[in-house]
Write a protein of this length. Structure first.
Length: 334
């Protein structure tokens, strides 16, 4: 029995958002009978296809090989940090913010260890996480929360970029400015081992790498929010409070339940998708749980440097609150 409890605790710790979503969905089913029609299968299928393509590219080591070639041209620590941060930004546009960090945060730790600059890990990974959360704003397929809103709304593909352009532009300027904090000391990365993609059991690795719990999280959330819509109290409460305040609700809700559930919740009670898009994208730049990407970076750093986890949380939160405050200022001033 104790073994089962330990396994359950470990699972909840590894998959907190899925566990909470499933628990809430099950509880909501005691109040109203769920329907399969709540589930947006178009969103589920699109997310699955994107993850499948990303896993193929990751197992072929396409991005890592490109990055290693470009790293050969970097000759000082400031340029290195800038390169790593913007690698996360540009890669998250196409391979999602979560996968960008899964690929590049371990690579960053390896690189900074190689040149003896582990003191830069917390700052660099914090900026990389912010960069990934900003980069995923460029296309609606860059993050799960934007996939939800893209499939739920009739907003054209290119309009996502235009809606978020001011926030992306200012964030890029801030990211570049913050890299100048790092002193430009000369470095020598040296040669890295040649990467040879392992083609043995390639398909098995691709399909086993897909985050099926993320897909199940979406299904659980669709059922939960569908049930809440059918319960009069919640329907009236959310509609009376969310409509007209979508941006602030998006930011605030994301800080506690992450921006994926926040996007699904708000889009179920309001049709002002532009405001919701702005709210949940700004909302990802907040607490550790505001975005699943934030949790991914933290887990990797904690695994490698457990003694630095408190310092990482402090520095990460300060930088994220700074970006979130500036983004909110842009919203209120435009």
């Amino acid at each position: 029995m104790d073994g089962f409890k330990d396994k359950l605790f470990d699972f909840i710790k590894d998959e907190p958002i899925f566990s909470i979503s499933l628990a809430l969905a099950v509880i909501s089913c005691f109040f109203i009978k769920p329907r399969l029609s709540y589930i947006n299968w178009e969103t589920i299928l699109l997310l699955f296809v994107i993850m499948l393509v990303v896993e193929v590219l990751k197992n072929l080591a396409v991005f890592e090989m490109l990055v290693r070639r470009l790293l050969a041209k970097v000759n000082d620590s400031r340029a290195l940090v800038c390169f790593l941060v913007f690698a996360c930004f540009f890669s998250s546009i196409f391979i999602t913010n979560d996968v960008s960090l899964i690929v590049f945060v371990p690579f960053t730790i390896l690189t900074l260890r190689r040149i003896g600059r582990t003191d830069l890990i917390i700052f660099t990974v914090s900026l990389e996480t912010i960069a990934a959360n900003v980069g995923c704003m460029v296309l609606p397929i860059g993050a799960p929360h934007n996939i939800v809103l893209y499939t739920a709304s009739s907003i054209p593909f290119d309009s996502f970029f235009l809606i978020l352009l001011p926030y992306i532009a200012v964030s890029l300027i801030m990211l570049l400015a913050l890299t100048f904090i790092v002193s430009p000391e000369e470095i020598n990365i040296g040669s890295m081992e040649k990467i040879e993609p392992d083609m043995k059991n390639f398909l098995k690795k691709v399909f086993s790498g897909i985050d099926y719990f993320l897909l199940l999280t979406f299904i659980a959330l669709f059922i939960l929010i569908g049930n809440l819509e059918c319960i009069p109290f919640f329907n009236i409460f959310f509609k009376s409070h969310i409509i007209g305040n979508e941006v602030l609700w998006g930011v605030a809700a994301s800080q506690f339940i992450s921006n994926v559930p926040a996007a699904m919740l708000l889009s179920s009670f309001s049709g002002n998708y532009e405001a919701i898009i702005i709210g949940v994208n700004i909302g990802g730049l907040g607490t550790l749980v505001a975005s699943m990407a934030n949790l991914i970076s933290y887990r990797i750093v904690q695994k490698e440097f457990d003694e630095l986890k408190i310092r990482y949380l402090v520095e990460f939160t300060i930088l994220n609150v700074l970006f979130m405050a500036v983004m909110l200022a842009i919203y209120f001033l435009t």
